[in-house]
Design a protein around this ligand. Sequence first.
Ligand SMILES: O=C(O)CCC(=O)C(=O)O
Length: 298
Amino acid sequence: MTPESILSYTPKVLAQNERESYFENGYVFLNNIINKSVLEELFDTINEAIDESSNLKVSNEKFDLEPDHTKTKPRLRRLTQPVAHYPLFWEFACNSIITDIAEDLLGPNIMFHHSKLNFKWFSGGEEVKWHQDMPFWPHTNDSVLTIGIYLENVDNKMGPLGVIPKSHTGPIFDHYNADGQWVGYISEQEKKQLDLKNAFYSIGNAGSITVHHCRTVHGSKPNTHPHQSRPLLLNTFSSADTLPITNNPTPSRYDRKIIRGKPSQFVHMEPYQGKLPPDWSKGYTSIFSLQQKEHISQ
Ligand SMILES: O=C(O)CCC(=O)C(=O)O
């Protein structure tokens, strides 16, 4: 769907000027949106997941671990596809205020792509280098977004999510290095085209929401807070007429599921002017391990 047709529908949560600002700037940040009781429920499930991960020594399809993860001091980088493992996360993705916000920005018919929970543990939880999402999972057009929910209060030491306003209107950057290897971030050379000094960092309370467009350049610094982690739950959705053109790096049974409205009989096609990602059908762990060069995909 085009921004004009999306904006012609009556919004459910956002003010019209917030929707217009999303299309103009490529992001929107909303402080204090999710109720405390909902956050507490999510946390009960997250604590279960952390307990389960504490028995692991190496990352697997569900848990991406920091290199110094131990049983007594678990340090999870990412819980992959929480929706596939815990019904509560699926219910939250398809039937909550975040689904209404997705509808305000994608139109009445919505397709689910994937979800993840990035922990960014205290004292060193890793950086996410500047990147765009679209090169990881290109679609037939750019009516695709990711909604992030802060599960703890986040200050500027904790690696808040940063976005470059209006970068979604610029080019799709190369996420391969000069040797043709996929690195999952924008090179120093190409970064010179970005207005980094105007980066917007989302600082806010637990229950705040960040939304970023699939072409918006974004990233986050390491978490240097001495004892506070920065769990960020991320869900990616598209308009129903916007189809992925490559395999989902982290497929689940909910891949391409219509979660609002109805499937589309038509596809909205725009030229995709970026490189395709590598074939991850035989395995993908996370942006963290790719960017930290724990393995490099060709
Ligand atoms: O966790 C973050 O700060 C950013 C995550 C992100 O951009 C991603 O996982 O693609």
